[in-house]
Design a protein around this ligand. Structure first.
Ligand code: C2E
Ligand code: MG
Ligand code: MG
Length: 462
């Protein structure tokens, strides 16, 4: 750290031993750094700004340098400490954690306090996959609780390691990727983790999907619905279609719905995704009635939507605005997720059913739902998961299983829909076992709205 020239004068004016002068010099340097925003006010360790400056020197020294990043707790755990014990105590916790780390490191190693709960330092390590020994020492040492005001608190550290010669081009990027490793380490048995490009890329892709989704929702040309015909097995006639969302991302290409819908479900964005789907599907099914009276649409609804107090109103509003009878509108909920909050789900589904919407349990058999609970849901359709249907030709066991699902569903008053019918033989089998409706590539893949209407005009499946 550079020392302010005014400090040099002060030191020159001070008297005492060399040790006094050095101590005073260091204290003044710290104050100076603090004034320049380079020292963390809680631990008085150099902060991220200082790290960024020092990184240039470190990276020049090259060799087998590693960056080690230690996070004392994950955000949830820290919030619990904050909530239970308050801010002052939480600062003590961070200070104690820092002191423990400083005590473990040789004097020559500088520890940086790079974010509220994270500390980083450079160290040299063996060339290959072995982590520097200090890493295991940290993991072991932090298994002991941190004591503040005599209260023992478990720290839940994460320890990430990055090699300086691998990829990261800037200090901020190096910190970010080592933090990603520290987060990954919470899932590892060892308690530490190397930076993992694949895991990091998956996280970054997920992050990009979530940050780009709002602009996709605002744009008119990125999100659309495709429609997969749903067939009455006996007549081969199309009775409706399942709306399936598609996202043509301008740079990433087509992003699969199973990927981005699942991510959106962890945020409030799912509300807007479902709003888009319901509005688009309502307008489409309304338009279809002119030429194909009675043709229906089904949409996939996230269970998160059912937790929104105004969701039923939204559905009523959108279908009414498009002039669609709710009886033409089916709502699909996946089996596993319906079981998450049984009483709320049952009440909300009951309200929807009362308003005239049909309910389907999607992907039946893919979860581990309690059958007696499912039988209480006010659903009309049970859609057997395609993982049961696609292998039907390959063995008697599968066939027995599907037959018994169909019989059981009928005994519980469900209509059965089979998903994933890919061949004429499977179609015939299911039809013979009394399965009422089906979807699958054998009849048609999901189609754009225009192609669906052309397909519809071509008549029943033979
Ligand atoms: P899902 O609701 O079970 O939809 C059926 C999926 O199986 C669709 O995949 C469809 O293209 C595919 N499929 C249909 N027939 C066949 C077949 O014969 N063989 C094979 N191999 N696949 C077939 P897609 O469109 O990729 O959607 C995947 C999942 O993403 C959907 O599963 C659903 O859970 C979710 N999803 C799609 N659109 C939406 C949406 O608008 N909202 C919500 N919340 N979820 C959606
Ligand atoms: Mg579905
Ligand atoms: Mg399904």
């Amino acid at each position: 750290m550079d020392i302010d020239p005014t400090l040099s004068k002060e030191i020159a004016a001070s008297s005492g031993s060399t040790a006094d002068i050095v101590a005073r010099l260091e204290a003044l340097a710290r104050e100076n750094a603090m004034a320049l925003g380079r020292v963390d006010h809680v631990t008085r360790l150099p902060n991220r700004v200082q790290f960024v400056d020092d990184f240039a020197m470190q990276s020049k020294s090259g060799g087998n340098s590693r960056l080690i990043l230690v996070t004392l707790a994950d955000a949830r755990h820290f919030n619990e400490i904050l909530r239970a014990l308050g801010h002052a105590y939480s600062e003590d916790f961070v200070r104690e954690g820092a002191a423990r780390l400083v005590a473990m490191l040789p004097d020559s190693v500088q520890l940086y306090h790079v974010s509220v709960l994270s500390f980083a330092f450079f160290t040299d390590g063996p060339q290959f996959a072995e982590p520097p020994p200090i890493v295991q020492e940290i993991v072991d040492r932090f298994r002991e609780p941190i004591r503040c005001l005599d209260i023992p608190i478990n720290s839940k550290v994460g320890v990430g390691i990055s090699a300086l010669d691998e990829g990261a081009s800037t200090p901020s990027e190096l910190l970010r990727s080592t933090l990603a490793a520290a987060q990954d380490s919470r899932r590892s048995f060892d308690g530490w983790a190397w930076y993992d490009k694949n895991s990091d890329e998956a996280h970054r892709r997920a992050f990009r999907i979530l940050t780009d989704l709002p602009s996709a929702l605002a744009a008119s040309d990125q999100l659309s619905l495709h429609y997969q015909p749903r067939i009455c097995m006996k007549r081969g006639a199309c009775i409706g279609a399942e709306a399936l969302i598609r996202w043509a991302h301008p740079d990433m290409g087509n992003v699969p719905p199973a990927e981005f819908v699942a991510l959106a479900e962890s945020t409030a964005l799912i509300t807007r995704v479902t709003e888009f789907v319901v509005r688009t599907a309502a307008a489409a099914v309304s338009a279809w009635q002119r030429e194909h009276s009675g043709i229906r649409v089904s949409v996939n609804i996230s269970p998160k939507n059912l937790e929104e107090p105004d969701f039923v109103d939204l559905l009523l509003w959108e279908t009414e605005a498009a002039g669609v009878d709710p009886a033409l509108f089916e709502l699909e909920f996946t089996e596993g997720t319906l079981a998450a909050n049984p009483s709320l789900m049952r009440d909300q589904l009951g309200r929807l059913r009362d308003k005239g919407f049909d309910i389907a349990i999607d992907d039946f058999g893919s979860g581990y739902s309690n059958m007696s609970y499912l039988s209480l849901l006010p659903a009309k359709y049970l859609k057997i998961d395609q993982s049961f249907i696609r292998p039907l030709e390959s063995g008697r066991k599968n066939q027995l299983l599907v037959r018994s699902i169909i019989d059981m569903a009928h005994a519980l008053d469900y209509h059965v829909v089979a998903e994933g019918i890919e061949s004429r033989d499977i179609y015939n089998m299911l039809s013979g076992w009394g399965c009422e409706q089906g979807q699958g590539y054998y009849m048609s893949r999901p189609l754009t709205e225009a192609n669906f209407l052309t397909w519809l005009a071509s008549g029943p499946v033979h």
